[in-house]
Design a protein around this ligand. Structure first.
Ligand code: NAI
Ligand code: MG
Length: 360
């Protein structure tokens, strides 16, 4: 059956990098290797500019009909003065919520050609292949109550800001199942990260991990407090294989893990609903400092296409081919500015995309 893929280019470098990923998909379709159609819709500032809202209804409808979604990035300084509900970031949170995308997979894999670009010594990161599973639609980002209000604080009125970290047993169980399934297929090791020494919500998280773990006798479950986990990630990252954590902790730890691999321009991600439908996107944002200059690295987005083919469309062979093409281009010495080093060939966003196509 023909699959529907929805492209959401978004803002800043989004349209530039999605264009290169689209070229890869079109090549696979036109050469008869992939049975799929491509559609494009608005999100973020692009949605606001054209329709007055960061997540037009039409985009939600198209996303619901699609088998898989590829997003570029949203946001930019031009939108920073808008009311919170109209800002591009609300478009991204909104689509995650509307589609129930609760499981965010962020692999941190070091391409050996880029070992020198890591912020850690090469011997600490050589062969790094880590998967962070982050819960995406619960926790403090969505917990109620939340707000800013004026209250009496020790005798005088002050503004007070508050958010609430909430997880239910079922929310914990479903993210744990995703993480255990992945750990079972990989190295059989899962590290759950929380702050159970201080937070009740983490106590429940830890109980939930242990409970789901009963059904996975082949996976060794360990627990770390988030502060120690952050330290261990930069001390000895290769001790980890799969990590699972809540929304806020995962946001922070996965950016930290990302830098171990050299550049944020290399990192793809996937977010899933309960049926396995996925939204794929580079980890980075709209990079306003380089937008419109043909400087962005399109590889994170092209590697997101690899994940899309592997996880949602079950096209492992095509996914492998994309990975091999990226490896070949790096072997040939082509580098965008963010991963440039001595002796390599500097290319722009478009030329990098063309080299990947040539390698394919
Ligand atoms: P950013 O990820 O856009 O940029 C951080 C740094 O990395 C910049 O120096 C940028 O030039 C560089 N960079 C990012 N992607 C790159 C690529 N593909 N190739 C080469 N260099 C790249 O994060 P920043 O600056 O904090 O945020 C900019 C905007 O993006 C904000 O409006 C923010 O809200 C939004 N944002 C959106 C995200 C998304 O769409 N998922 C995620 C993070 C931020
Ligand atoms: Mg982040």
């Amino acid at each position: 059956m023909t699959k529907k893929i929805l492209l959401l280019p978004g803002d800043g470098v989004g349209p530039e990098i999605v264009k290169q990923a689209e070229n890869v998909l079109r090549y696979l379709i036109d050469s008869g290797q992939l049975d799929a159609t491509l559609e494009t819709a608005l999100i973020g500032g692009a949605g606001y500019d054209a329709a007055g809202v960061p997540l037009p209804e039409e985009t939600i409808t198209q996303a619901q009909r699609a088998d898989a979604i590829l997003l570029g990035a949203i946001g930019g300084p031009k939108y920073d003065t808008l009311a919170r509900d109209l800002r591009p970031e609300r478009g991204l949170l909104g689509i995650r919520n509307a589609l129930g995308l609760f499981a965010n997979l962020r692999p941190a894999i070091l391409f050996p050609q880029l070992a020198a670009a890591s912020s850690l010594k090469p011997e600490l990161v050589a062969g790094l292949d880590l998967m962070i599973v982050r819960e995406l639609t619960g926790g403090i980002y969505f917990g109620q109550p939340r707000g800013i209000e004026t209250r009496e604080v020790s005798g005088s009125n002050e503004k007070v800001g508050y958010n609430t970290m909430v997880y239910s047993e079922s929310e914990i169980a479903r993210i744990m199942k995703v993480a255990f399934d992945i750990a079972e297929k990989r190295d059989g090791r899962l590290c759950s990260v929380d702050k159970a020494n201080v937070l009740e919500v983490s106590e429940l998280w830890r109980e939930g991990a242990e409970a789901v773990g009963q059904s996975y006798p082949n996976v060794a479950l360990s627990h770390l407090y988030v502060d120690n986990a952050a330290m261990q990630l930069v001390r000895a990252p290769k001790q980890f294989d799969v990590m699972v954590t809540s929304n806020l902790f995962g946001d922070i730890l996965s950016d930290c893990a990302a830098m171990l691999t050299g550049s944020i321009g290399m990192l793809p991600s996937a977010s899933f609903d309960e049926q396995g439908k996925g939204l794929y996107e580079p980890v980075h944002g709209s990079a306003p400092d380089i937008a419109g200059q043909d400087k962005a690295n399109p590889l994170a987005t092209i590697l997101s296409v690899e994940m899309l083919l592997r996880y949602t469309l079950n096209e492992a062979t095509l996914a492998d081919q994309i990975n091999q093409a990226v490896n070949q281009v790096l072997d040939q010495g082509y580098r965008t500015a963010d991963i440039m080093s001595d002796g390599m060939t500097l290319v722009g966003c478009e030329a990098m995309g063309e080299q990947v196509l040539a390698a394919l």
